[in-house]
Design a protein around this ligand. Structure first.
Ligand code: ADP
Ligand code: MG
Length: 258
């Protein structure tokens, strides 16, 4: 077995300027090419985990470690993490009126290229190739980022970003929340196509609901409650959660935390 691409040990984190502990010792290992789902009730720390891994300044790590390809990532700046190959799809994407998707992506890719100047023809080819892979109309790239987008269009944009940036690890936070079934399928088809294209891409899907997992089959499912992974298993665990909910784990953990 090769070393895991992402290894999280006893990760603890709190809100930056408040005395509010959210992650209370998360352990997780992802091997390259695996799809993991993290499921948990509202407020269990799912988004915090994704944000801490991406380097969000609103949270402070108070203990534990996280390594990506063997390197400590917790000290790295968010853009360094992105350059290393970690991509975070937000639960609530922001609007950038006046900036087209194509320009936004070009800027993002230029940032990844560093001092080397991005070849614009290569960029155009890459953009067209990815839009074609994802069955997107080329005119979509000319629209301003998220401005007036439907939920489904915002998701298309995120998937396109992911396709162009070609991350090694995609963290997808509640990419299914508030989505109608069409939008859900856009996300799922997108992720599935990107994985067919690049089977080494590792995906961490964070979700409250089981339904996204009907379209993207995870290799492993983890349950997070009150800032800790309380159980891990295969895809069947998601089905059990759908039937039973989180109540069993919640009562156990509440007694412990007090
Ligand atoms: P989830 O994504 O699982 O619903 P979050 O990670 O967003 O949960 O939040 C976990 C808990 O921490 C929630 O109770 C939330 O209200 C609280 N929390 C998260 N971020 C902040 C913050 N910046 N300020 C205050 N409370 C926060
Ligand atoms: Mg959340």
């Amino acid at each position: 077995m090769s070393a895991p691409i992402l290894k999280i040990e006893n990760l603890q984190a709190k809100v930056a300027d408040e005395d509010l502990q959210i992650l209370r010792g998360v352990d997780l290992e992802l091997n390259a090419g695996e799809i993991h789902a993290i499921m948990g009730p509202n407020g269990s720390g799912k988004s915090t985990l994704a944000k801490v891994l991406a380097g969000h300044p609103g949270y402070e790590v108070t203990g534990g470690t996280a390594t990506f390809e063997g390197e400590d990532i917790l000290e790295a700046e968010p853009d360094e993490r992105s350059q290393a190959g970690i991509f975070l799809a937000f639960q609530y994407p922001v609007d950038i009126p006046g900036v087209s998707i194509a320009n936004f992506l070009r800027t993002a890719l230029q940032a990844h290229a560093g001092d080397e100047e991005l070849d614009l023809f290569e960029f155009q080819d890459l953009l067209m190739e990815k839009m074609d892979l994802l069955d997107m109309d080329p005119s979509f790239a000319e629209r301003p980022v998220n401005d007036g987008f439907s939920g489904g269009e915002k998701k298309r944009n995120e998937i396109l970003q992911m396709a162009c940036l070609q991350p090694k690890l995609a963290l997808m936070d509640e990419t299914d929340s508030g989505l109608d079934i069409d939008a859900l399928q856009i996300v799922a088809n997108g992720v599935n196509k990107l994985r067919e294209d690049n089977p080494e891409m590792t995906v961490l899907l964070i979700t409250h609901y089981q339904r996204l997992l009907n379209y993207i089959e995870p290799d492993f499912v983890h349950v997070i409650v009150q800032g800790r992974i309380v159980e891990s298993g295969g895809p069947e665990l998601a089905l059990r959660l759908e039937d039973e909910g989180y109540a069993t784990w919640q009562s156990e953990v509440t007694e412990e935390v007090g």
